[in-house]
Design a protein around this ligand. Structure first.
Ligand code: CA
Length: 226
């Protein structure tokens, strides 16, 4: 449940949309801070660390929504939902690559957005079901207690969702998992999003780990580790 003091920062230059989203979130018990450009949004984020950020991709001024997401991710794992002006595959993929947790395409219903906010907050920092585990995968060590991946050259940085995906694959080693199973296991069963989200995150894991990651694409199914 939303605590009375759970703050959400909404960065959106379209005041109609921003006010509508803020109204629904407030009705749901959240405290909402609104900014109409990226600089102001980052100020609010620094002053009063929120539980979640909603960031429109198309923002006026020097920083667009993707820039804001990148800067937030440089220091924080706070959940981020991006708003995209249209069904723009490039922006969506870029947002997810930069570490956004989810995206919503305009026009959207404020009620659905609030449902997604709730789903994301429910699954934020999930406790591993079987307590902390250390998985050894070839030269990699995935340590769920420390939330750390170590390779031969030392720790490797991952976003929250990338780490959760790798840990989930590691704890189901040898099993072919469908994209749906991965979404349910990593993003949570209330997740509304698109199965391609899994592919974007897998691409990031492969980019960061290269040949050290024995991950196989199982055609018509999904992915299998080891
Ligand atoms: Ca905009």
């Amino acid at each position: 449940m939303a605590g009375e003091h759970d703050t959400i920062v909404v960065i959106e230059d379209d005041h109609n949309i921003s006010d509508l989203v803020a109204m629904y979130l407030r009705k749901d018990g959240f405290r909402v801070l609104q900014a109409d450009d990226g600089e102001r949004g980052l100020e609010l984020f620094d002053q009063d660390p929120p539980k979640l950020l909603i960031i429109d991709i198309g923002l006026p001024g020097a920083l667009d929504g993707l820039d804001v997401c990148r800067r937030v991710r440089a220091t924080s794992d706070v959940p981020v939902i991006m708003l995209t002006a249209r069904d723009d595959e490039f922006d969506r993929v870029r947002g997810l690559e930069l570490g956004a947790d989810d995206y919503v395409t305009k026009p959207f219903s404020a009620r659905e957005l609030v449902a997604r906010v709730r789903a994301i907050l429910r699954r934020a920092a999930p406790a591993p079901r079987d307590g902390p585990q250390v998985h050894e995968i070839g030269d990699l060590v995935v340590d769920t207690g420390r939330r750390e991946v170590r390779g031969p050259g030392g720790p490797i940085a991952f976003t929250t969702r990338e780490f959760d995906l790798l840990a989930y694959l590691a704890s189901n080693r040898g099993l072919a998992l469908s994209r749906r199973q991965l979404l349910d296991g990593v993003w949570g069963e209330g997740w509304y999003g698109d199965e391609r989200t899994v592919d974007v995150h897998v691409r990031q894991l492969r980019k960061k780990l290269g040949d050290a990651l024995p991950l196989t694409t199982v055609w018509g199914v999904g992915y299998r580790l080891g």
